[in-house]
Write a protein that binds this ligand. Structure first.
Ligand SMILES: O=c1[nH]c(=O)c2ncn([C@@H]3O[C@H](COP(=O)(O)OP(=O)(O)OP(=O)(O)O)[C@@H](O)[C@H]3O)c2[nH]1
Ligand SMILES: [Mg+2]
Length: 204
C-alpha cells in the first residue's frame, strides 16, 4: 500500500490524514485530487452511519478501497449539537467561521465550568472483497469564549484541550495527531493495517 484514497472533500481533514499516514510512508489522495467530483449525501443520523455511507458509495464508484471520515463536535450545553450537522451548523454553504459564531452565540451566558464538549470521529474502510470496518475516536475538551491559534480547521480555534492547556488550533499538526479524535481512530486503524495490507495485494 503506497497510497490511500481518503473519501473526503475537506482540506483540513486531508492535512490531518497526511500527518497520520506520514510515518507509514503512505501518500494520501483525496476526492479533491480526482477529475470527477464525488459528493455522497450524508443521510445518516450517526457518525458511524455516515462514515459507512461515504466509504461504501465512494468505493462503489471508484472500484477500489477507500477510507472515509465522519466527525463532529458535541456540546453538552447544546444537547449534543452540532453533532452530525457540524459541517453545516450555520447553514449552506459550509462556513467554518459562521459555525464558530453560531456556537459562541448559543453558549452566551454559559459559564466556564459548563462548556464541556467532545470531538468525535468514525473512520470507515470499504472496498472490493473487504468487509466494511469502522474505527472510532473522541477527544474531550471545552468551548472557549474566543478564538485562538492558526492551525487546524473547523472549530479548532474555540476547542480548548485541557491536557495541553491550549486551543486545538494552537497545537502543531503532530501535537494534534497525538491527542485528537481522528488520531485515536487512526491508531485503532493502524493496528488493523498489517492485515489490510495483506488483503489488499495490488487492489489498493
Ligand atoms: O475543529 C475541528 N477539528 C476537527 O478535527 C474536526 N473534525 C470534524 N470537525 C467538524 O465536523 C465537520 C465534519 O463533518 P463531515 O464529517 O461531514 O466532514 P465534511 O463535510 O467537512 O467533509 P467530508 O469528509 O464529508 O467530505 C467538519 O466540517 C468540522 O466542522 C472538526 N472541527
Ligand atoms: Mg460531510
Amino acid at each position: 500500500m503506497k497510497e490511500v484514497l481518503v473519501a473526503t472533500n475537506n482540506k483540513g481533514k486531508v492535512k490531518d490524514f497526511e500527518e497520520l499516514f506520514k510515518p507509514h510512508g503512505i501518500q494520501v489522495i483525496s476526492l479533491k485530487d480526482l477529475d470527477e467530483p464525488i459528493e455522497v449525501e450524508e443521510t445518516g443520523t450517526t457518525f458511524e452511519e455516515n462514515a459507512i455511507l461515504k466509504a461504501e458509495e465512494t468505493a462503489k464508484i471508484l472500484g477500489k478501497w477507500v477510507i472515509s471520515d465522519d466527525s463532529g463536535l458535541e456540546i453538552d450545553a447544546l444537547n449534543g449539537e452540532p453533532g452530525v450537522y457540524s459541517a453545516r451548523y450555520a447553514g449552506e454553504p459550509k462556513d467554518d467561521e459562521a459555525n464558530i459564531d453560531k456556537v459562541l452565540e448559543g453558549l452566551t451566558g454559559v459559564p466556564e465550568g459548563s462548556r464541556h464538549a467532545r470531538f468525535r470521529c468514525v473512520l470507515a474502510i470499504a472496498g472490493p472483497g473487504l468487509e466494511t470496518q469502522t474505527f472510532s475516536g473522541s477527544c474531550d475538551g471545552s468551548i472557549a469564549f474566543e478564538r485562538k491559534g492558526e492551525h487546524g480547521f473547523g472549530y479548532d480555534p474555540i476547542f480548548h484541550v485541557p491536557s495541553e492547556g491550549k486551543a486545538m488550533a494552537e497545537l502543531t499538526p503532530s501535537e494534534k495527531a497525538a491527542i485528537s479524535h481522528r488520531g485515536e481512530a487512526m491508531r485503532k486503524f493502524e493496528k488493523e493495517l498489517p492485515n489490510l495490507i495483506g488483503k489488499a495485494g495490488d487492489r489498493s
